[in-house]
Design a protein around this ligand. Structure first.
Ligand code: CO
Length: 172
């Protein structure tokens, strides 16, 4: 159990495609635990392995409301089998891009296939925030960030804002 450092954009490990997980062993259990601890410590609703510097296809998420209690999902080697034509839109943020939130549109409902911590295949349907979060985290495994969904001009504005704030941090 450990809280890991979360890598920040534009760290190159965030922009790399992650590799499929083949071994369902103790080190994978430890990695999942680290992701869960780090996500809750940072008050996030999702965290993908590349965000702690490990380019493997695993992420964790918990989009439950505060009054619902914890409901953490460990998702390994995920695939989207179906996505609705209906679009949902959420103001997304990312622990690797602090201080930036932007409205992002994605398919509202998805049907997904993934493996659990024991390698057992699971099928699930996700809606609304869970669907958004799943797609956001899956993007991380493909080296893609939520700002990549913005229109080119908007993306440039966001990148400039991030550059300015990281320069300020360095000066302080
Ligand atoms: Co993110």
């Amino acid at each position: 159990m450990a809280i890991k450092k979360i890598l920040l954009y534009p760290n190159p490990l965030l922009l790399r495609e992650s590799t499929k997980i083949e071994k369902f062993d103790e080190s994978l259990v430890n990695l999942a635990r680290d992701l869960i601890d780090t996500m809750y410590d940072a008050d996030g609703v999702g965290l993908a392995a590349p965000q702690i510097g490990i380019n493997k296809r695993i992420f964790v998420m918990d989009c439950s409301r505060e009054d619902e209690g914890k409901d953490c999902r460990i998702v390994i080697n995920p695939q989207i089998e179906y996505q609705s034509e209906e679009i949902g839109s959420y103001k997304e943020g990312c622990l690797s891009i602090p201080g930036i939130t932007e409205e992002i549109s994605r398919p509202k409902v998805i049907k997904v296939l993934y493996q659990d911590i024991n390698g057992v295949l699971e099928r699930n349907t996700y809606d609304d925030l869970w669907s958004t979060c799943f797609q956001h985290e899956l993007d991380h495994l493909n080296g893609k960030l939520f700002i990549d969904h913005l229109r080119p001009m908007k993306k440039i504005l966001v990148k400039n804002k991030m550059k300015k704030s990281s320069k300020k941090e360095k000066k302080e």
